[in-house]
Design a protein around this ligand. Structure first.
Ligand code: PLP
Length: 337
């Protein structure tokens, strides 16, 4: 149990919390929650289809996008077949590969991000699934559309590319690219997105995948029928409609990310440029700094599981929360950083 006073900057949630309209919609949906949810998520999928400009049949809902990632591995990878991802990739990719009893080929990162040419080389005739996160968690690295498109053009048809866009709403207008157009063009592309980050619904567990009907049919065949609860469906539809909340989340994140990066630089700490709602800082004894911060009621993420024992990942908070974590870092004895 985490105390209410704890500052949670460990899981890349939205510091604005849940959009009020989503909270109201979830509460109202409790009235009908004695019944099973709409297994097809008709209303939410229709709203997403309209927003994304793809048919509703191209959208599969997941209990968080994590479920889309694992369903994809189970749907496309037979035991012994290959899964390719990058070093410092999201931990669920390895878990998904294990669940499918696949062979997981992890390609060395380049400058903490995906090395797309090396990933292409790692794809062989047994590869069935390739995970690419853009932006990537935990490093925050970003691939431009102009880098991704030639990659997609070269991935052989027998491998599905899962483009994980969990943080896509945080991209600046200049960084955005048309992955929905790519889904129309490439039958082997599956785009995954989530309501956990910019939409503020991490605890309600809603994500989705977008791709052509043949791909989606394979995911749907494995999807648990009632995987999204009635309150979660209602909240997600309300959050999707709240464009003002999305704009505020985006602006707050941009400002907060700069605040953290600037503050870290002033402390002499290296940070990586991030396109997400978090920043990775090199603090040296990360486990020690993590527990010192925890002692002051500030939770950030250690990255040992990613092979990054000298780094911490700090989620962007409200301005005063960012100040609090920077002040706590500044007050640490020099030996610990
Ligand atoms: C890169 C990436 N993909 C997917 C997810 C999955 O989030 P969720 O299952 O909450 O949608 C996360 C969450 O941290 C993430 O960082």
């Amino acid at each position: 149990m985490i105390a209410a006073s704890t500052l949670q900057l460990a899981s890349n949630e939205n510091p604005l919390g849940m959009p009020p309209a989503a909270r109201r919609a979830a509460a109202e949906a409790l009235d009908t929650s004695d019944r099973y949810p709409d297994a097809a998520g008709t209303q939410l999928r229709a709203a997403l289809a309209q927003k994304l400009g793809v048919p509703a049949e191209w959208i599969v809902l997941g209990s968080g996008s994590s479920e889309i990632l694992t369903l994809a591995a189970l749907a496309f990878v037979q035991p012994g077949e290959g899964v390719v991802s990058s070093q410092y990739g999201f931990l669920v990719y390895a878990q998904a590969a294990r669940l499918a009893h696949g062979r997981h080929d992890i390609v060395a990162a380049k400058d903490f991000g995906h090395d797309l040419p090396a990933m292409l080389k790692a794809i062989d005739e047994r590869t069935r699934l390739v995970f690419v996160a853009n932006p990537n968690n935990p490093t925050g690295s970003f691939l431009r559309g102009g880098e991704l498109l030639p990659f997609l053009e070269q991935v052989p048809a027998h491998a599905v590319v899962l483009l994980d866009e969990a943080y896509t709403e945080y991209l600046t207008p200049g960084q955005r690219y048309d992955s929905m157009g790519w889904a129309r063009r490439f039958p082997n592309l599956l785009v995954a997105r989530t309501f956990s980050k910019a939409f503020g619904l991490a605890g309600l567990r809603v994500g989705y995948g977008v791709g052509q009907p043949a791909l989606m049919a394979r995911l749907n065949a494995l999807r648990p029928r009632y995987n999204i609860t009635t309150p979660a469906l209602a909240a997600a539809a309300a959050a999707l409609a709240d464009e003002d909340f999305q704009a505020r989340s985006f602006a707050l994140n941009l400002q907060g990310r700069e605040q953290l990066a600037r503050g870290a630089a002033e402390l002499g700490l290296r940070s990586l440029p991030s396109a997400g709602n978090f920043v990775m800082l090199e603090v040296g004894d990360a486990a020690g700094v993590h527990s010192a911060l925890a002692g002051q009621g500030i939770l950030v993420a250690t990255l040992e599981a990613y092979g990054l024992p000298r780094w911490l990942r700090i989620s962007v908070g409200l301005p005063e929360q960012n100040t609090r974590v920077l002040e706590a870092l500044a007050a640490l004895p020099p030996a610990s950083t």
